[in-house]
Design a protein. Sequence first.
Length: 218
Amino acid sequence: MRKKKFLYVIPGIIILSILFSNFVSDAKDLHTVQLIYDGDTIKLADSRRIRFIGINAPEIEHKSLNGKIIRAEPFGDQAKNYTKTLLNRKKVFLELDKEKQDRYGRVLAYVFLPDGTFINKKLIEEGLAYCLPNRTNNRYEKTLLKAQKGAMHSKKGLWKTLKKTSKQKVIGNTLSKRFHTLKCPFGKKIAAKNRKVFTQKWDAFYNGFAPCKKCARP
Ligand SMILES: [Zn+2]
């Protein structure tokens, strides 16, 4: 009789320990946001800096390496404030992709609230960031581009001022998914088989290409 009872105890212990380990790992995966640097970069209470994957928010005013003040880009402050409203002092969980860190030591992540709100996507939906495709970290590339198309159609944020009718041609690189103005030296270097000409910036964005940092802002 005693032996039989014991047989029930063992599976019980196994089930409880599985449940408990799930609980512990969930609790461990939640992190408190301590600081918002700008629309797409935050700091956690454990002091890690997190850069959101797959998007780029406009810059806020900052100092360059040589101490020069670089003025905020349009919607830079709005993007920062939006991220602050969503995340300040909140708990988040992170989802990483293949490449875990960038060259500045920042953790590359998809950021979620405990209720499942996908922060990277929220910024795109509000037109406060544009898609920044990455060949390695591309798990949500389609999801983010779909959200951007919605924001572009509704002329939210960045897309308010980007004219659909401007006839400024840009050159896209189908490998890097970046686009350049006709004058940009990087644009001129793209191999013929990877070149894609767009008759306007709007089309390049709409097809998921992001602007070159040197030559083409939205
Ligand atoms: Zn360029």
